[in-house]
Design a protein around this ligand. Structure first.
Ligand code: CO
Length: 136
């Protein structure tokens, strides 16, 4: 048996075309406000994190045309892009994915937003969900 490596849902990421419109929607409809905003040049995305209890809704929009999120929007349209699971140790969780035959996008943990350490797991082999492992 594998011990439980996921400690919490860190965020549900939603790809949107218009970040300001999406922020306004969540604010006006649900009263959710932006807790953190960041442009991640290496990933070609801008994100807004809206806090919901101990987790976040992560609104994501591309900052350039060759960004993976731009390609996602082109192919699939707006909607849920990935789920971020909080883990105590990103390297340990990533190794478990590899040990169990999963496909990884990041071979090694790397810096994420908010000073986190992250690694992405390919949706192929993960039942169609892009998974992000997030270590705070
Ligand atoms: Co994410």
């Amino acid at each position: 048996m594998t011990e439980l490596l996921l400690t919490e849902i860190d965020h549900v990421a939603i790809a949107v075309q218009d970040l300001e419109a999406a922020i306004a929607y969540y604010a006006e409809t649900f009263g959710a406000t932006v807790a953190h905003r960041e442009r991640i040049e290496s990933d070609g995305v801008e994100e807004a994190l809206l806090r919901v209890a101990d987790s976040y809704i992560q609104l994501l929009t591309p900052t350039r045309e060759d960004s993976p999120v731009a390609k996602y929007l082109e192919k699939k349209g707006e909607g849920i892009h990935h789920v971020g699971y909080r883990v105590a140790d990103c390297a340990v969780a990533l190794q478990s994915v590899k040990d169990h035959g999963g496909q990884v996008i990041d071979q090694d943990p790397r810096p994420g937003s908010r000073g986190t350490t992250v690694a992405f797991v390919h949706p192929k082999g993960a039942f169609g969900t892009l998974i992000e492992l997030v270590q705070e």
